[in-house]
Design a protein around this ligand. Structure first.
Ligand SMILES: [Zn+2]
Length: 76
């Protein structure tokens, strides 16, 4: 698909890492499948992946670790 961020690049399926910072806690989720722009690097997640990411964020924020690095595991 056409990248909506830079409006020039095209996206291709790949894997990215997403970093969340909440207060003093930093969470890095690796191996997230996403459509990634070949020009500006913007990434787009599909709704299922976004839901998985949300679950991981919820679980990890409960642990209270200052820094967590996890791999996204698809449930299905
Ligand atoms: Zn782009």
């Amino acid at each position: 698909m056409k990248c909506v961020t830079c409006k020039h690049g095209n996206t291709a399926l790949g894997k990215t890492a997403i970093t969340f910072v909440q207060g003093e806690n930093t969470l890095v989720i690796k191996d997230v499948p996403a459509q990634i722009c070949d020009l500006c690097g913007a990434y787009y997640l599909d709704p299922d992946t976004l839901e998985e990411v949300r679950k991981v964020v919820n679980d990890e924020t409960k642990t209270g670790h200052e820094i967590s690095v996890v791999k996204l595991k698809k449930a299905a």
